[in-house]
Design a protein around this ligand. Structure first.
Ligand SMILES: *Cc1c(COP(=O)(O)O)cnc(C)c1O
Length: 420
């Protein structure tokens, strides 16, 4: 499918007059429409709820948009819990799906009344010592081995650090019951960025069967099943996007087949999507500032891997549009680079694009999730601004760019950088 930016060149030129590049731009309209589609796809389930994975796009303005549409938050750290609390997410609006969890984070989550999703059997004791066991709890399942969808290996849970084994889950539920837990949930995250409508239904089958077994063997009252994240997006133009309606119906079918006949037709389905909720609705907007002709052709832009780590870290493909040249032939082969002293600081390698001139604005696609949030400060690079393109077409600053003063703020106990 052809990838088109969600802004026009005219719109973007105006935005850039107000906010210099580089910055991350988000599409409010796209975010809302997609979130409503998700909600509709699971509307067959009475207790359905999406807990947005905050780590994907930890911006309060984005979280507020999703909150207004009924989403909760899925937090992985104390900071994310704090943000959720301040934004008015309360009690069971918050899922705490952490791992290797520090004591104070468990205590904070318990104080907020968040749903604690235990990552490990030994965390039962740990949690009890730290703050006591709540009446409602979730446990994360790791079935081990390989996770396959019709013989295709999707991922290797057996090599992943997360979750309880099946035996630990059964034993853990028994212990938790004795310790006073009344409401149980189970969770699993078995493959990331899946671009197939089969992932959730396949995962659901595994979790639903496990839920039935847990109910039979432990008598636990299972109230919800959390399918977690992992529904992906098509980063490349040739990939077929997921159809959330088909995915929702696929889970519905398995629900009716496994849970309903086992007297579990009131179990709520939860999701913790991040990438699917925001990925396509973010662009990294950057300007070409240098061209270099050596053994290869390079275009240097004013963004770098600190603004978007995925290409450098995973070799991930992010589509690039040269604004205003959408209809020109892609007859130039470029490496598109940032300015880090790291040769992997490239947004694209050997990419065929239209001829790029200095000052051209480039849109790097699908940066709405795990984009800004994976940023860092290497080489003293500062975090960019984040801008929301509102439904009415106007831009709004939702995070200002970092300054040198911000960068040096943790030295405020010294005089080195004091301004006179
Ligand atoms: C990262 C994460 C998510 C979100 O994953 P996506 O791939 O962005 O959907 C959900 N749940 C947990 C526990 C995670 O670690």
């Amino acid at each position: 499918m052809e990838k088109k930016p969600f802004v026009t060149k005219e719109q973007l030129d105006k935005i850039i007059e107000q906010f210099p590049t580089p910055f991350h731009l988000y599409d409010e309209k796209g975010i809302k429409e997609n979130a409503l589609k998700l909600k509709k796809a699971f509307s067959w389930n009475k207790g359905y709820r999406e807990y947005f994975a905050v780590k994907a796009t930890p911006n309060p303005f984005i979280l507020k948009i999703l909150q207004d549409l009924g989403c909760g938050t899925d937090c992985s750290s104390k900071t994310e819990l704090y943000m959720s609390e301040k934004l008015g997410f309360k009690g069971t609006d918050i899922m705490f799906s952490s791992n290797d969890t520090p004591a104070e984070e468990f205590a904070y989550a318990k104080k907020l009344g968040a749903i604690i999703n235990l990552d490990d059997f030994t965390h039962i004791d740990f949690l009890e010592k730290v703050c006591g066991i709540p009446e409602r709890i979730c446990c994360r399942y790791n079935p081990g081995g390989k996770f396959t969808i019709s013989t295709k290996i999707m991922d290797s849970p057996g090599d992943a650090k997360y979750g309880f084994t099946k035996e630990q889950l059964i034993e853990g539920f028994k212990i938790l019951k004795q310790k006073g837990v009344k409401e149980f949930g189970i969770h699993a995250f078995l493959a990331s960025n899946t671009v197939t409508n089969e992932y959730y239904p396949t995962l659901a089958r595994e979790l639903f069967n496990t839920a039935v077994e847990l109910k039979e063997k432990t008598g636990a009252d299972i109230k919800f099943i959390n399918l977690s994240g992992g529904v992906g997006i098509p980063y490349t133009p040739d990939a077929e996007p997921n159809d959330i309606e088909i995915i929702g119906e696929g889970v519905h079918k398995v629900y009716d087949e496994i849970l309903v006949p086992n007297g579990m037709g009131d179990v709520a389905i939860f999701t913790e999507l991040g990438r699917f909720m925001l990925g396509p609705y973010g662009h990294l907007v950057t300007t070409a500032i240098h061209e270099k002709h050596i053994y290869k052709e390079y275009i240097g832009v004013d963004a770098c891997a600190c603004n978007l780590m995925r290409p450098a870290m995973y070799g991930a493909y992010h589509h690039i549009t040269v604004m205003g040249k959408e209809n020109e032939p892609c007859d130039h082969k470029y490496d598109i680079t940032g300015s880090l002293c790291e040769n992997n600081d490239k947004f694209a390698v050997d990419r065929m694009l239209p001829k790029i001139d200095m000052g051209d604005v480039l849109v790097i696609h699908d940066t709405g999730a795990h984009g800004f949030s994976m940023g860092y400060n290497y080489n003293g690079k500062l975090w960019s601004a984040e801008v929301l393109l509102k439904e009415d077409g106007t831009p709004m600053l939702i995070r200002r760019a970092e300054t040198i003063k911000d960068y040096l703020a943790t030295f405020d106990f010294t005089d080195f950088f004091k301004e006179d």
